[in-house]
Design a binder for this molecule. Sequence first.
Ligand SMILES: Nc1nc2c(ncn2[C@@H]2O[C@H](COP(=O)(O)OP(=O)(O)OP(=O)(O)O)[C@@H](O)[C@H]2O)c(=O)[nH]1
Ligand SMILES: [Mg+2]
Length: 306
Amino acid sequence: MLRRFVSRKEGRQKLKMEERRRDYKESNGHAALRQIKVDRPWRCHQAWTEGNMRHMKTRLELYKKFASNVTVANILLLGQIGAGKSSFFNSVNSIFRGKITNHACIGSFGHSTTLKYRQYRIGINNFRLCDCRGFEEDFPMDTEELSFILDGNVPEYYQFNPMVPFTNHSLGYIKNPDLGNKIHCVAFVIDGSSVDVMSDKIRKQLKDLQITVNQRGLPQVVLLTKLDKICPDVNADVTRTFTSSAVCAAVEKVADIMGLPRVRVRPVKNYENETELVVGIDILVLEALKCCLDLVDDFIEEKVRH
Ligand SMILES: Nc1nc2c(ncn2[C@@H]2O[C@H](COP(=O)(O)OP(=O)(O)OP(=O)(O)O)[C@@H](O)[C@H]2O)c(=O)[nH]1
Ligand SMILES: [Mg+2]
């Protein structure tokens, strides 16, 4: 009975999404799919060479935290279901392992694919990508639950239940986490191809979560995924990301929605259909990761000083 109810509801949601997409396309003359190539890149970026990619990778491998009680930087991936949070971890992991890996379960199943809280450490690197369940229109993420995650009270492998959020009575509650257990940077993961059809409910959820993040003074980044779906040119070759007006427009729109400077919106293409690593994809992912780690440094420095 519940299954039937849920699937009818999902069907309605899908229809609503399709309607919004259609309306948008009609009113914009397929603007989202039309690519106007700009002559000059709209943002300075790393050269798309293998040597440069290797250099970036090495620098991140050498990344170290300096505060005594913080040895590993914790970056939380937060976003709507299917935005590409787990795929981002898989992409980073693939780059550092030197081959395509699918360690984290990914997919589009109507509800969140990620059901457990995971703190993935990539190799022996000094950073962790913390992956959690995605929120939905009708199953928002509880802001109290987010507070516990940010403050380091939630144990790894905690099983999310949208009906029963985490509390200080939940199994495994970590009582006195130190700075090393807390989140040091939040990366909002947003599906670039759905920015134009983002519902008011999802916008409101993002804003509500952002308030909780802001209360802790935590730095924020947006990982704008699925660039290949925004622009056919980028789909053909990711090195066209910074000359794509469609990607530029999506970055501006998301910066506006989130109230963040444009530079905090990092376009990425996750590994999803590739069988081999691609230098361009690596560079976008590594640039995004570096941006997060630079912000972690500033945050921890500030925390240690006060
Ligand atoms: N084309 C394309 N597909 C992507 C990209 N990133 C992720 N995907 C696909 O999007 C779907 C959802 O990706 P996930 O990584 O599972 O998304 P998630 O945010 O972890 O989702 P939940 O765990 O359900 O909250 C998968 O089918 C991925 O292959 C991307 O950059 N481009
Ligand atoms: Mg996931």
